[in-house]
Design a protein around this ligand. Sequence first.
Ligand code: ZN
Ligand code: MN
Ligand code: MN
Length: 283
Amino acid sequence: MLKLGLHVSISGSIDRAVDRAVEKGCNTFQIFTRNPRGWRSRDLTREEVEAFIEKVEKFKIEPVFGHMPYLPNLASPKDETYRRSVESLITELRRCVELKIPYLVTHLGSHLGAGMEIGFERIIKAVNRGLSEVEGNVMLLLENTAGTKNSMGGSFEDIRYIIERVDYPERVGVCFDTCHGFAAGYDLRTMESVESTIKMLDEVIGFEKLKLVHLNDSKGGLNSRIDRHEHIGMGMIGEEGFRNILKSRLGQLPLILETPIDKRRSDVENLQKVRELAGETEP
Ligand code: ZN
Ligand code: MN
Ligand code: MN
């Protein structure tokens, strides 16, 4: 059976996210532990933390994934942005420990033209700071990006470079986003291309490092470097691509959808589409 879920809202109080995930038929889910659009976050109350943990246990809806907010840039060459970004990373790692969330997903940011070398140096330092400040059971997952201009983490080699140089490699894993991967040039349309992408990932990073798949179709074509998510099967990866992805080893991992919110298809219909393409239900 698929480990399949959505990115759900924490609106109201954080434990409401668990209710939403359950209502939509997820058996895993992802959240921002706070409003993702600002720098500041309010502390969680004891009551919400307890309610969240209780509901996750009660519904056995695990693992839960946290995702870093939008503003932090761990590769930023600007000192003030970088300082706040590292602070955010520490805060988010702490919140995950508090909420018993075992994984925190982060993007690798943009060097803003300062060059990859500076970007890598900053990311590695940030990961080391975060993991040395926050002990406890949370693994940081580095997410591959679409390879847009100045972005870090568009290739498996970029991700390996970081993992090889951090102080706590055992506390660092990987999240593979299918939209980002496809846009960065990793083909996922045929069984052969899915297998060859997995082989590259395995040879460069190690498949065992992969803890999560962000299952999104792509509006942009192969190697387009465009980060625009599409409903499952309605984009350039297409239904056949997802059928192959789901049949491969990627389909055995937790799958989180970050598909668009619009009139063409709902969240629940995207989940249904994935189950159908995996052969779990009739179309
Ligand atoms: Zn992400
Ligand atoms: Mn993603
Ligand atoms: Mn994206």
